[in-house]
Every structure is written in structure tokens, then in C-alpha cells.
Design a protein around this ligand. Sequence first.
Ligand code: ATP
Ligand code: SF4
Ligand code: MG
Length: 336
Amino acid sequence: MNDVILDLNGVCKTYTRKRDGKRQEIKATNGVSFQVRKQHVVALVGESGSGKSTLAKLITGIERPDRGDIVFDGKSTNAWLRGGSRTYRKYVQMVFQDPFAALNPLSVVQYAVERPLVNYRNLSGRELKQAVLRVLETVHLTPVDEFVKKYPFELSGGQLQRVVFARAIASKPKLIVADEPVSMLDVSIRAEILKLMADLRDKEGVAFLYITHDLISARMLADEIVVLYRGTVVEKGNANDVVRKPMHPYTQLLLKSIPNPWAPEDVHLSASERPKSGSASTGGCVFQTRCPHAMKKCSEGAPTLSDMGDERWVACFLHDGASSVDAGQDELDYTE
Ligand SMILES: Nc1ncnc2c1ncn2[C@@H]1O[C@H](COP(=O)(O)OP(=O)(O)OP(=O)(O)O)[C@@H](O)[C@H]1O
Ligand code: SF4
Ligand SMILES: [Mg+2]
């Protein structure tokens, strides 16, 4: 598809660490495949340790995969990065969780936004000044001539994250990887930043990989959702469909554990039912130790991510056709 800006194919990354003198391997991502289309938002959702930030680092070229391909705008990241990272960084920007840490406390906003304009677009003088003001207007930091003079300590968390987005879009990127960009902000301003990202997609044509723990914000912003569990994609599809009718038992569990005033009472889980870290499975389905529907075959082999139609993909034996079992999932209304 030529409208694809990012294409991951079987991406694997294993880390090794020593614990109690023993060498331990951690499969942070294990054969991850998904695509991001131009001017679309894909939300990558999963609990802590599922491999989201590892994927962010692999996509942005901070780290390299052990196996698998990452293709950006028709060219592998290896090819992009062969002659240095400058051009790739112009087109693929990253926004981190903590806007306070992302900005130099000793530099004013003008300086933060100027850098990418100088480095990637070779602007200078009057042109540079005007571009800074334009970028700040795009992220709604107005009046711009006041904001350019401010230091980070003079700004709120939401305003700081707007500066970070201004800096990210200054190079005119085609993709922004945003790793939990709202999780450190007050609840009241999270929606504003999500709205800003939606505006940047719609008006500036930027595609986003939005990384989050939160399926509800994923549904608010994203066009598609990819659900990751222990480095494996267990479900992906249209954002509305995944949230309204989750098919994988892990996605169902994630949704049921969200306190939601609009959800019917019976979908709320007690504290003891909520997702917690399970022990790693040694073979078979990655979710088997926590799955309420686990069957004998789930420990004998791993389900593959299968096409369910309507652009929905699920990795679960309950949905492999041959042994279809009713998982008991109702349509969950988390919409309004
Ligand atoms: N540099 C590293 N060395 C060793 N292990 C690592 C390294 N980076 C990540 N890991 C491990 O890889 C797994 C995935 O980590 P990752 O940071 O990608 O998860 P995450 O989904 O971003 O989690 P969170 O939601 O907490 O940010 C974890 O088990 C983590 O401990
Ligand atoms: S394959 Fe089996 S263990 Fe895995 S999610 Fe499906 S039913 Fe549960
Ligand atoms: Mg992370």
C-alpha cells in the first residue's frame, strides 16, 4: 500500500541482563508487525513492560532490531541510517512522556524551537524568526511573542508539552512517535493535548504512533489500535471496533479493568480480577497464564495473528475458526 508511512515486519529485540549472577534473556518484542498509514494515528496499547518503548526506540533508530524489518516511507531504517541519522530524524520525531525533562531549563522557548529549524531546514535571520512564531501558533501557544521569551519554569505542564510538540513539528516530520505524551499531565489538560495531536494529523498531515496504557484515550485519538502483550501483538484493528467489541481476552480484560461511568455494572472487575503481572509462559500462547479461557492447546503452540476481516487481526485460538469457542464477550459501550 503506498499510503503506508511505517511498516514493521516481524520485529524482534532481545535484551540480556544479569540477575543473581545468571544471564537472563528478555524478549522485549517478539515478531511485531503492524503498519501506520500516512496522516493516521495508530495507538500502541499495553501494560508496563509489554515492549512499547522498545518499539519506539527501534522505530526512531535509537536502537536496532535483532530480526525483522522496519520500513519508513518505502525504505528500511537500516538504509535511512546508513549515512548517519540526520535525514531520518528530520522525518521521524519523538515526543517523550516528561516535558519538564525534555527541555533545557536554561533556554527560552525561542531557542528550543529554533534548533530544528536551523538544523533541518537551514533557516536563519528573519525567515527563522517567522518560522518560530508560525510553529508556536500551530500548537496554540499564543500570544506567540510572549511565549518565545519564556523559560520552562514559567510554563504549565500542558504548555511545556505544547513546546515539545512545536519542536517536534518544526522539522516538518512525516511521523511522530509519542511515548505516553499525556500520562504526566493533569487529567484536565490531557484531552487538550490529544486534541492538539489530532489537529497536527488533520492540518499538518503528520502520522502518529501514540503509545499509551490507556485504551480509552487511544480510542479518542487513534484511527487504529495495536494491543501488545509481552512483546507480542495480540490484537489490532480499527480503534472503534477494538474498543467496542474487543476480541482477544487480554483486550477484554484491559477494558473491563477501566473504571467507566458509562459501562454497565457487570463489566467492572474487582481489584483481585484486575490485570496483574503474570508469570511468563514458556511456550504456547503468551497470555495463557492469565487467560480465563485457556485450553489445553493454548500451552501446546502459539496462536498466530489471524485476519478476522474488516481489518481486524487477533492472535487467539478462540478465533481461529477451527475451534471457535464463545469467549462470552459482549459489545462494550465505552463510547460517549
Ligand atoms: N536496555 C534494556 N536492558 C534490559 N532490559 C530492557 C531494556 N529496555 C527494556 N528492557 C526490558 O524489556 C521489556 C520491555 O520494556 P519496555 O520499556 O519496552 O516496556 P514498556 O511497554 O514501554 O513499559 P512501560 O509502560 O512501563 O513504559 C521489559 O521487561 C524491560 O525490563
Ligand atoms: S490462545 Fe488460549 S490462552 Fe491465548 S488468549 Fe486465546 S484462549 Fe487465552
Ligand atoms: Mg515505556
